[in-house]
Design a protein. Structure first.
Length: 262
């Protein structure tokens, strides 16, 4: 599914490349050169890329209100929490932190679903919509206003409803879920494009937030289990600061042994 291009020069500064996992989160896994090692599952090729690489992005799959409004709000709260964890100030995921983590995890998973599947334009029965120029449409979207064209609403506007809907459902379904901070005692963590149904949020090469687990320090074998899960759950790619520092199952296929060999 293609994306709707903006006017030449993108005069209203609409976000075209939309990060699924936040740029700031990817940067925490970067090396001294500002790069991460990324493995594309198709062809199992490892490349070194920065957080601005288009592989990390959807192209205008959700509207500007979803990107710069609700999405940014959720991201900002989560990044503030991560900074607090990394500084040692926050050591427990309590009631307040739980909501922040769960809203972010739901946003991440919803973005990945939207990136993979997209949203078709849809007709609103009984609504014709105004006749708007391209410039007027972009001005409205920049102001987080939805619009129709001849009774048809661009699919990206429905993303806002999906984000809210999935977030509320996730909160309701996991009211009693507790989260813990897991530290890698040995090795480093792999980040998938999404963990799908596994409620795990990596925040640095050595730290992640995990559902239904107490705060803990993981052995190398336990890190390997999580990293294998990250690989298995990923759709298109996974990345890390250094894949050679990330243990995976020892009984994995030889190809994985070669890929992660020191």
């Amino acid at each position: 599914m293609g994306f709707e291009a903006t006017q030449k020069g993108n005069p209203h500064k609409l976000t075209i490349n939309q990060h699924v996992f936040p740029k700031k989160g990817i940067d925490r896994f970067s090396d001294e050169n500002g790069l991460v090692q990324l493995c594309r599952k198709e062809g199992a090729k490892v490349i070194r890329v920065s957080s601005t690489n288009s592989l990390f992005c959807a192209q205008r799959v959700w509207d500007q209100g979803t990107e710069a409004g609700i999405g940014k709000s959720i991201e900002d709260r989560f990044q503030a929490l991560v900074d607090s964890i990394l500084s040692g100030f926050t050591r427990v995921i309590g009631c307040f932190e739980k909501t922040v983590v769960e809203d972010f995890f739901s946003l991440w998973r919803t973005r990945q679903k939207l990136r993979a599947e997209g949203l078709d334009d849809f007709r609103l029965e009984g609504i014709e919509g105004d006749s708007l120029t391209k410039d007027e449409q972009e001005i409205l979207e920049r102001q987080h206003v939805m619009f129709c064209r001849d009774g048809v609403m661009p699919g990206r506007f429905a993303a806002r409803m999906h984000v809210f809907g999935y977030m509320n459902t996730f909160r309701h379904d996991n009211q009693h879920m507790q989260w813990g901070i897991a530290r890698a005692g040995e090795g480093e963590f792999i980040v998938p494009d999404c963990f799908q149904d596994m409620m795990i949020v990596p925040i640095s090469p050595k730290l992640m937030i995990v559902a239904d687990q107490p705060n803990s320090t993981l052995t190398r074998s336990e890190v390997a289990v999580i990293n294998q899960t990250a690989i298995d759950r990923s759709t298109d790619y996974f990345f890390a600061r250094s894949l050679s520092e990330c243990p995976v199952y020892r009984d994995g296929p030889p190809r994985l042994h070669r890929m992660f060999a020191n």
